[in-house]
Design a protein around this ligand. Sequence first.
Ligand code: GDP
Length: 301
Amino acid sequence: TQKFKDGLSKTSSSLVGAMDSVFSRNRIDEELFEELEDVLIGADVGVQTTMEIVDRLRSEVKQRKVKDPADLQPLLSEILVEMLQGDDRDTAMNLKADGLSIILFVGVNGVGKTTTIGKLAHQYRQEGKRVILAAGDTFRAGAIEQLEVWGERVGVDVIRHQAGSDPAAVIYDGIQAAKARGADILLCDTAGRLHSKVNLMEELKKVYRVIQREVPEAPHETLLVLDSTTGQNALQQAKWFNEATRLSGIVLTKMDGTAKGGIAVAIRRELSIPVKWIGLGEKLDDLQPFDAEQFVHALFV
Ligand code: GDP
């Protein structure tokens, strides 16, 4: 929880000040709701999601006959937690207790995919799991070497081909190596060049097919990595990737670097895909499992 608080301090310090001004108004009226809307939109919660939040707050106020603006804060927290938890889809990772689990990472260049793979490899290693990385980003210059650096740092093997080779072939080899070495977890990197979106999506579909052919119930997770500092752009990226692959979860990186952490709420709400991890820094242990209550708590306290 302390990590959450520290990592989200930029968002919380800008939010707390703005919220204080809303909640210290004299009475609950339309002006107050409008000011709240501005604050939420300013925190990148998104127009649609903001309207939904404020509508729900309005009806709760009516129903519970709330009169004092100071009583709005716990109500708002409740609504945000509920929205972030969403429906029954779990934020936990869907890993096999026994046998190989395959996690596919997708996302555009620079969002923090490689870093996240390194951090997650580190966590699973610490839990005593056998981990292998597959260097499926054969396109971006230096991506393979960067993954190898993470592999060395964390102490796990990296399966790689030459730059420019077929990513599906790398992933195929990764699966064979993982099976042969009795690995528990295979983390697969992929390319994220966006200037040829159609090709990228075709490539991802091929990688997905190869994984499914080799291990029918896999990938056990397909995680889209999004940079929270890109705000509403992240939503657009999520829509593209959601069309190409069946996403099971979101990793929101660089939450430490933004004052607009409200993007998490927009993403959860507008995409109906659970946020499973958040990145709160560049170090190995700066990746936290997402927890709606801790998140909202960190924003307001
Ligand atoms: P990729 O192109 O998607 O593989 O992105 P990288 O993993 O290379 O990350 C791009 C940059 O973002 C690097 O400088 C990382 O150190 C940085 N980065 C990744 N995750 C985080 C995070 O959670 N917080 C911060 N502050 N920086 C991050």
